[in-house]
Design a protein around this ligand. Structure first.
Ligand SMILES: Cc1cc2nc3c(=O)[nH]c(=O)nc-3n(C[C@H](O)[C@H](O)[C@H](O)COP(=O)(O)OP(=O)(O)OC[C@H]3O[C@@H](n4cnc5c(N)ncnc54)[C@H](O)[C@@H]3O)c2cc1C
Length: 777
């Protein structure tokens, strides 16, 4: 077997750019429409429902093309190539923290913009309500206080009720706006997720915004619901307005059910609960489905803004479930090889695609390019036990893709039930472990486009142009990437990791390695460690009598020397009995699906687009706005047509129907293209056998001691007067985000929380820019 390097391949076709840009534009359009209040108006009472024309307008303007564009992306490009150029270009390397700061500001401003203009106060003098003046409460909800005045109502000042009314009503609007963004921020496929793709953010980054958005949604919804409930109680109309019966009260029933669901989600998402009971949190978070339904049923015309994002989110999830090229319902079932690395680390070898000899899909090099692009290190896979469907799938970063073995490598630290179970199954020789594996998600955080570009059109990153090429606004010598333990997996993508392109003068890459065996395993399994300074306080010898594997460098020199790398040795095959890396590991027989070809993808797209058009057209119905609450007894069909369900039927049929069709089609395609990949052998890299794979990237230095953080960051002599309080941090971040000053140093860290916090403080102490790439472990 020889090492095969993927052939150069232009990554972005015109079509993929077009489709990606269309999705982005349509989402923007959708939000613009949400601010255009008249779009949802129909009938006499203003926002009393959608008319045929308004429904058609919204459908034509964004629902229909949005689905078409999504399908194009989904079927044509998402599998490997549709990272937006933006996402992988220079903007990808700008500080995500600054981008995230401005997004946070935008989100909060959006909330205020949705809230403030909708504030309405009625009543102009003391005692209006008590005197029987009716106040406006949204569609069809005018309250005649004189009919049921309670003592609270008659004794409280008018402005209190008017204010409560106005605030409660307006507080509902930001909820719709936020729910749409909540979906956008939780997406994982770079091809579809508009924000991640356009701004070069990873899922790991936007999920922090998702949390902020979740909390602000909870705030507004509580204000909205509690305000109305208090008003109803004061009016003595709680039972008539909050229990099912009429169209008005049905609207409130879905409202308070939705509020309760959000409270459950919010409580279980609290850091304290989420951290210790992740499964509980994950299960409760699935309540987003009934919650979104309640939002839509509550006020369909206001909820239109949710639909495009929801549509994208569903397709995003579908990609993960049925994912092009992996299988049907629940990702591919694979038999991975679990190797025990240390007392708390296990590595999984996951064969992907057909074995070399069996490949029938075009040329080998085409398939290799596809697979190595798909399984780029730094992206992540979600793994789950095939037999347990209720627990969440667990995300793990791809540490390496071994091209000669066609195998993705995932390094896992045993923390909780799932990872400990994996560790328990693992053996030194490698044992089989059945798993459900999702397609790769998100984009590598340090990814730059050169990796997939055609060789002749790509500008090589050198020490001179690195700052510009990487989009860094800091001087090349002061970019530092720090990885703790298995956190290094996130940073091992492509050309950023290229020894030539990232000499220590441009980016200082520091890996705080927990044990020598982890380092050797990474290298043996094909990780690209070129240019890294590896610090391990235990040294790098695996066995007392084993040869010294690495040239260790002088500790001080390692921190100051920016010259030639010293580590050149590959990992030799070691004695198996000592628990050190072996020359080979078993790969077990399993079913696998070939990635689908361009022609087949186009056919699928046309089929799905046709199915979409048929479903949408066939399911269009008049809206309830044209009805006057007929009783079911009078005419069943009229009653059906006049329900809220009927109003949103076209959208629901698309939201539910299209995914179903997609599932079925992908299942058929998957079944047709299934193969059995026979049992084989994973040959470790650097084994020095004549045909064995070679070490992928050589480290710059091995330093057998602790890292001196102060020295690396130039902290010596700097007073660490940084306050660690949350408010102080927000102010610091705000100042940094608004400043055009080029920071002296940019530090990116993916490590455990204490290490990240230490680096954050140290970076701020020297006025640097800190980027948190942590994934929560
Ligand atoms: C993008 C990403 C990449 C990751 N890459 C790696 C990796 O390469 N190697 C590695 O060892 N770990 C990685 N993790 C962390 C890994 O997902 C958790 O350690 C693992 O899921 C723990 O599961 P458990 O059942 O053993 O423990 P639990 O007790 O269930 O969880 C322990 C902690 O892990 C986190 N976690 C658990 N399940 C999930 C989930 N479904 N999604 C997000 N976080 C979860 C939570 O913070 C939780 O408190 C990554 C996480 C993310 C979000």
């Amino acid at each position: 077997m020889t090492a095969t390097s993927p052939s150069p391949h232009p990554p972005y076709t015109l079509g993929s750019k077009f489709a990606s840009a269309t999705v982005l534009l349509l989402v923007l359009l959708a939000y613009t429409l949400s601010l255009w209040q008249d779009a949802g108006k129909g009938g006499e009472g203003g926002r009393s429902g959608l008319s045929w024309s308004a429904d058609g307008l919204i459908g034509v303007l964004y629902a229909v093309p949005l689905f078409l564009a999504s399908t194009i992306v989904c079927i044509q490009y998402a599998r490997t190539k549709a990272f937006y150029p933006f996402a992988t270009g220079t903007s990808a390397q700008r500080s995500p923290d600054r981008v995230l700061f401005w997004l946070r500001v935008l989100i909060l401003v959006g909330n205020v913009v949705q809230f403030a203009p909708h504030l309405e106060f009625h009543g102009s003098g003391g005692g209006d309500i008590a005197a029987g003046t009716s106040i406006k409460r949204g569609p069809k909800q005018d309250v005649d206080a004189s009919t049921t005045p309670s003592s609270a109502l008659s004794t409280s000042p008018w402005w209190f009720w008017s204010g409560l009314e106005g605030v409660s009503k307006a507080a509902g609007l930001p909820v719709f706006w936020n729910v749409g963004w909540l979906f956008v921020l939780a997406m994982r496929s770079p091809a579809l997720a508009p924000l991640q793709a356009a701004l070069g953010l990873g899922y790991e980054h936007t999920i922090a915004l998702h949390r902020l958005m979740g909390w602000s949604t909870t705030f507004w919804l509580m204000l909205h619901s509690i305000g109305y409930i208090v008003a109803y109680l004061a009016e003595g109309r709680a039972t008539t307005m909050l229990l099912p019966g009429s169209d008005k009260s049905n609207m409130n029933v879905v409202g308070w059910i939705g509020s309760l669901l959000l409270v459950f989600m919010a409580v279980t998402a609290l850091y304290q609960v989420r951290r210790s009971h992740y499964s509980l949190f994950a299960i409760f978070h699935w309540h987003w489905i009934p919650f979104a339904l309640c939002c839509i049923l509550h006020v369909p015309q206001d909820a239109m803004v949710i639909l495009p994002a929801l549509a994208l989110y569903l397709i995003d999830r579908l990609l993960l479930i049925s994912g092009a090229g992996t299988g049907f319902l629940g990702g591919a079932r694979v038999t991975a090889t679990a190797i025990r690395v240390s007392d708390d680390v296990v590595v999984l070898l996951i064969p992907v695609g057909p074995s070399r000899a069996d490949s029938t899909a075009g040329t080998d090099s085409e398939l290799d390019t596809t697979l190595s692009t798909m399984y780029a290190p730094g992206r992540f896979l979600c793994l789950a036990s095939p037999n347990v469907r209720v627990t969440p799938a667990h995300p793990f970063s791809i540490a390496a893709y071994s091209a000669p073995n066609r195998t993705a490598v995932v390094m896992i630290r045993a923390l909780g039930p799932f990872t400990k179970a994996l560790h328990a199954i693992a053996t030194l020789e490698g044992s089989p472990v059945p798993l459900r594996v999702s397609p790769p998600q998100s984009a590598p955080v340090l990814h730059v486009p050169q990796e997939f570009g055609a060789a002749d059109t790509v500008e090589k990153v050198t020490a001179d142009n690195a700052a510009a090429a990487l989009g860094a606004r800091v001087s090349p010598a002061r970019r530092i990437v720090v990885a703790g333990g298995i956190g290094v997996s996130k940073y091992l993508a492509g050309p950023f990791n290229d020894a030539e392109s990232t000499s220590a003068e441009t980016v200082r890459k520091i890996w705080l390695c927990k044990s020598p065996i982890e380092f050797h395993m990474y290298q043996a399994l094909g990780a690209n460690l070129s240019g890294w300074d590896v610090y391990c306080k235990h040294g790098f010898d695996l066995h007392p009598v084993a040869p010294v594997l690495a040239t260790t460098m002088d500790a001080d020199a390692a921190e100051t020397d920016l010259g030639e790398g010293l580590m050149a040795a590959a990992t030799p095959a070691l004695d198996n009995s000592t628990g050190t890396p072996r020359a080979t590991y078993p790969l077990f027989a399993q079913c696998t699906t070939l990635p689908i070809s361009a022609a087949l993808r186009t056919t699928l797209f046309l089929t799905l687009a046709g199915a979409y058009a048929a479903i949408y057209t066939a399911s269009r119905a008049p809206t309830y706005a044209t009805c006057s609450d007929p009783s079911p007894a009078a005419s069943f069909w009229a009653w059906i047509e006049c329900t809220r369900w009927s109003t949103i039927a076209p959208y629901f049929s698309v939201l539910v129907g299209l995914p179903l069709v997609t599932q079925v089609v992908m299942a058929v395609v998957g079944a047709v293209r299934w193969q059995v990949r026979p049992a084989g052998e994973f040959r470790t890299h650097g084994t020095r056998t004549p045909e064995g794979p070679e070490v992928v990237g050589k480290v710059r230095a091995l330093v057998p001691r602790r890292l001196d953080v102060g020295k690396v960051l130039g902290l010596d002599g700097v007073e660490d007067g940084i306050s660690g309080g949350r408010m102080a941090r927000v102010v610091r971040e705000a100042r940094a985000a608004c400043s055009f000053r080029v920071p002296g140093v940019q530090v990116r860290v993916c490590a455990s929380k204490p290490v990240r916090s230490a680096f954050r403080r140290a970076t701020h102490a020297v006025g640097g820019e800190f980027v948190d790439d942590g994934v929560g472990f």
